[in-house]
Design a protein around this ligand. Structure first.
Ligand SMILES: Cc1cc2nc3c(=O)[nH]c(=O)nc-3n(C[C@H](O)[C@H](O)[C@H](O)COP(=O)(O)OP(=O)(O)OC[C@H]3O[C@@H](n4cnc5c(N)ncnc54)[C@H](O)[C@@H]3O)c2cc1C
Length: 305
């Protein structure tokens, strides 16, 4: 049976589009809580949902908003809360769980209606297995790609939450632009991932060019971002990085360890190029090419010129 009410919190409009689609399949009423500006709230309302907006200025520390948000969500008495996975969201989920008594399901791999509540699969052991659980109500932390995004249909509404945000012990002193450019790999339809087999910074630039020609985004395995520092950390995929589900994931010189695959095995198609025919990635891809990237990359770029 469908739940009566779901509340979603998605951080970006793309995040809300996915969560609203998932929530409306599972609950009769969907309410989106937005922390930010009226413009952001209107963009979310375009998805056809009721938005509760906590309007804040840029100098408000987001964590200070949690008490208001928690009070708001608790009063709404939802059976389902969907939170888009992100760095700050786990702290919100824990505090919300204490306030509402609802359990938190993090790393959710599947979510469906059950006879009395919800049945969800949780990623375990770095993606090696999935554990099924059932609960009458749940706060689910959901990564990109679990639900196909809802298209804007209009007809939503925006109501402002009338509450003051009190300053906590941490004060926001100033803001500076991020040194890393921001990227939402979760919304790209084509992702080109480079691993250690890419071999050089020059080849990373070639892979970036390939991604651009394919209309996609460039991503990588963890060692490329954390060890070699050839790409920023927000571009690595996997259990400790971003999780994607593009139409096509092109893995270049990636061995296919489970920690990486957790981030990409929601892709509709995985195409892999690796010079080692025994590389584990070949056991997980739809199309595999045993080839040396030193020769293959220029050829691919040439073909797409
Ligand atoms: C707790 C923990 C968390 C982790 N989290 C993540 C994570 O989130 N994401 C992640 O990616 N990793 C993660 N890792 C690391 C993970 O275990 C692997 O070490 C990593 O994914 C391997 O990266 P790689 O495939 O780029 O490199 P390698 O395993 O070194 O593979 C390189 C591949 O390139 C191929 N190759 C070499 N030269 C060429 C060439 N010229 N042409 C074609 N192919 C070539 C080789 O045959 C090889 O298969 C984690 C590890 C731990 C312990």
């Amino acid at each position: 049976m469908k739940a009566k009410r779901a509340v979603v919190y998605g951080e970006s409009v793309g995040g809300y589009a996915e969560l609203c689609a998932g929530a409306s399949a599972l609950a009769e009423e969907v309410i989106a809580v937005v922390v930010g500006s009226a413009d952001q709230a209107c963009a979310v309302a375009e998805l056809g949902v009721a938005v509760r907006l906590l309007e804040i200025s840029e100098d408000v520390w987001l964590d200070d908003c949690w008490p208001v948000l928690i009070e708001e969500i608790t009063a709404l008495q939802p059976e389902l809360v969907l939170l888009r996975a992100g760095k700050r969201v786990r702290a919100l989920a824990g505090r919300l769980s204490v306030a509402t008594g609802m359990p938190v399901a993090s790393d959710v791999a599947s979510l469906a209606e059950a006879e009395a509540g919800f049945e969800f699969g949780l990623v375990r052991y770095g993606g090696a297995t999935e554990q099924a659980s059932v609960a009458p109500s749940v706060i689910a932390i959901v990564g990109p790609g679990l639900f196909a995004p809802a298209a804007p249909v209009g007809g939503g509404s925006v109501t402002t939450i009338d509450a003051a945000v009190a300053s906590g012990p941490i004060r926001l002193m100033s803001r500076a632009p991020l040194a890393e450019e921001s990227v939402d790999l979760g919304v790209a339809e084509v992702v080109v991932g480079v691993g250690r087999g890419i071999g050089s910074v020059e080849n990373v630039a070639r892979a970036a060019e390939l991604a651009r020609k394919l209309g996609g985004e460039l991503a990588c395995s963890r060692p490329i971002a954390e060890g070699l520092g050839w790409l920023p950390k927000n571009r690595y995929l996997g259990v400790s990085g971003a999780v994607i589900s593009p139409k096509v994931y092109l893995a270049l010189g990636i061995s296919g360890q489970v920690q990486h695959l957790v981030g990409v095995n929601g892709s509709k198609a995985i195409v892999a190029i690796n010079k080692d025919k025994n590389a584990p990635i070949f056991g997980h891809c739809d199309l595999g090419l045993v080839a040396d990237l030193e020769a293959m990359l220029p050829e691919l770029l040439d073909k797409l010129a």
